[in-house]
Structure formats: structure tokens, C-alpha cells
Ligand binder design. Structure first.
Ligand code: NAP
Length: 286
């Protein structure tokens, strides 16, 4: 099997490169820009992969509000370019989407979203990803859309930090962290996500799949988990979203669960706390 991985130096991209090993051919942003439809088609025609895994995204949620043109160019049209190019060489495509496609319909929601739930995003990033999902599915019958959330990985991403690293750094420098209690999600370790993505590809799966570490927590509880597992004592101040003064609206509840993974014999991911412990150990922080 030959697998093209687009965005191969990102935090998920690097774990996918590791999980697919010698089967993987990586494309960095410099090698290939998904907004260049001709370039993407030409690269796929030269390579003739069996699968194309697209991790490329413009996902700085607040910046997407300021630059919706770029958000749609990368997350929607870019995703379409990749899906169509894969289809034209008979390859399957994997597209990563987000829990932020949800949140708009039910502010009182308190149970996880399943694959069949209707997306209704609250912000430009979510809308661009929901559009990307539709375009990917329309352009290639062999599609896998993976919705995940709150990603953190051991590789160094250009983002520079993961949420657990940010918390530990702040604790060290400020001795105090302020974290929101009113946004609940299912944070996910990219090593686990990459492994399960490989399983979906091996099963020749088709459709939408939710792949997150099991369970849910608020960002406050996530931070608390980091400090507990890392053995760091720090004052954590609970705050509400309004106090954080962010440009984009964010869902107050966007935990995901899967009913579809089991249908293709892919077992659920371990709990978010177990995965966080494994991440901290791998980074030498736990
Ligand atoms: N991060 C999260 O919490 C989260 C949550 C849910 C879903 N997701 C989705 O999961 C996927 C992977 O996220 P991640 O956290 O691994 O992101 P990441 O670390 O930022 O990696 C994204 C990769 O894509 C590259 N890229 C950006 N724009 C590109 C373009 N126009 N053409 C080609 N490559 C481009 C980036 O390169 P440069 O850095 O060099 O630009 C980077 O290597 C994304 O689709 C994201 O939307 C992420």
C-alpha cells in the first residue's frame, strides 16, 4: 500500500508518517499547497497512491473569523482539490474534520454527538470544515471523514506548543493558570488518532467517523488532569468563556462519540485521561 500524507510535518502528520512507516510518502506544506488544484492533481498523478491522507488545515479558530477567504481556500476548496485528485487516480481520501462542526443547534446539549447528528457550526472555522466534509464526500466515493477534537501530540508542531505544554509552562512562569469551565470536549492524543486512522484505511472504510479519546472534560478539567498526572501543584482559576475574550464563538459542549467505528471493527480509543498520561510519559513530563 502506498499512502500520501499531506501536511506531513504537522502534529498529526508526523504521527501518521510514523504509523504508516515505509508505506508513507510525506508532503510538507512547502512541497504541496492544497489550494493549488493543478499542483495537487499533478503530484497525485505522478505518485499514484492507494490512499491520500489530508491533514492540511487553517485551524487557528479566531484567525478564521478575520480571514474566511483563507479558511475556505484551505479547509473547503483545498480539501476538494485533494479528494478530486485522489479520485482521479482511483485512490481513497481521508479528511480530518472537527467537533466545531457542532454546537450551534443546542446550547443545552449534554450528551456526545454521534456521526449521524446534523452539523451546525458556530464559527467560520467550523463552517469551512463542514463545507470541506461535503466537498470531500461529493468528489470521491472512497472517502473517510474523521472528526476529532482538541489534538495534542508529542512531535513539535509549528504551532509551537500543545495545550498540556502551555499549561505546564504557564504554571512554571506565572504560578497560576486561568482555564474555562464551560467548554466541554473530548481531547485526543494524535498517536492514538493516527493508529485508528490506519485501521480505518486497512478496513477500506467509507463515510464519517468520530475518532476521539473516550469520555469528555472541560478545558479546566483537562488542565487539572495535566497537573495531577505531571505532579505539579498550581493554582487553577476557573473562568467562563466570556472572560476569555476570544473572537470566535465556541461550542459549550462538543464531546464526540462513535457508533460507526464498531461497524467496521475498529475498537474505541482509550480514555482521554489514560491517553494524557501516555503523552506526558512520552514527553518525560509524567
Ligand atoms: N488541532 C486540533 O485541536 C484539531 C482538532 C480537530 C480537528 N483538527 C484537524 O486535524 C487536522 C490536523 O491538525 P493538526 O493539529 O495536526 O494541525 P497542524 O499541526 O497545524 O498540521 C497541519 C499541517 O498542514 C500544513 N498545511 C497548512 N496549510 C496547508 C496548505 N494550504 N497546503 C498544504 N499543507 C498545509 C501545515 O504546514 P505549515 O505548518 O508549514 O503551514 C502542517 O504541516 C486538521 O485538518 C485540523 O483541522 C485539529
Amino acid at each position: 500500500m502506498r499512502v500520501a500524507i499531506i501536511g506531513s510535518t504537522g502534529q498529526l502528520g508526523q504521527d501518521l508518517m510514523w504509523v504508516f512507516g515505509e508505506e508513507a510518502i510525506g508532503f510538507t506544506h512547502q512541497d504541496l499547497d492544497v489550494t493549488d488544484g493543478v499542483g495537487v492533481a499533478s503530484a497525485m498523478h505522478s505518485l499514484r497512491p492507494d490512499w491520500v491522507i489530508n491533514t492540511a488545515a487553517f485551524h487557528r479558530v479566531d484567525d478564521c473569523e478575520i480571514n474566511p477567504t483563507l479558511a475556505f481556500a484551505v479547509n473547503a476548496l483545498g480539501a476538494f482539490n485533494v479528494s478530486r485528485a485522489a479520485s482521479s487516480v482511483g485512490a481513497g481520501v481521508v479528511f480530518f474534520s472537527t467537533d466545531y462542526v457542532f454546537g450551534g443547534q443546542d446550547r443545552e446539549r449534554d450528551h456526545p454527538y454521534e456521526e449521524g447528528d446534523y452539523p451546525q457550526p458556530l464559527n467560520v472555522y467550523g463552517v469551512s470544515k463542514a463545507a470541506g466534509e461535503q466537498l470531500v464526500m461529493q468528489a470521491n466515493a472512497r472517502h473517510v471523514v474523521v472528526r476529532s477534537a482538541g489534538l495534542y501530540g508529542t512531535s513539535t508542531s509549528r504551532k509551537g506548543w500543545t495545550f498540556p505544554e502551555l499549561m505546564l509552562n504557564k504554571a512554571r512562569t506565572d504560578g497560576l493558570v486561568r482555564v474555562v469551565t464551560d467548554q466541554v470536549l473530548s481531547p485526543t492524543f494524535t498517536a492514538d488518532l493516527a493508529q485508528k486512522t490506519r485501521e480505518l484505511v486497512e478496513r477500506d472504510a467509507t463515510g464519517v467517523f468520530h475518532l476521539t479519546n473516550a469520555g469528555e472534560c472541560s478545558w479546566f478539567e483537562f488542565a487539572q488532569g495535566v497537573f495531577d498526572l505531571a505532579g505539579v501543584e498550581v493554582e487553577i482559576e476557573p473562568i467562563e468563556t466570556g472572560e476569555a475574550q476570544r473572537r470566535a464563538h465556541r461550542p459549550s459542549y462538543s464531546a464526540l462519540t462513535t457508533v460507526r467505528a464498531e461497524e467496521v471493527r475498529v475498537s474505541p480509543l482509550r480514555s482521554w485521561k489514560e491517553a494524557l498520561g501516555a503523552y506526558l510519559q512520552a514527553k518525560g513530563l509524567g
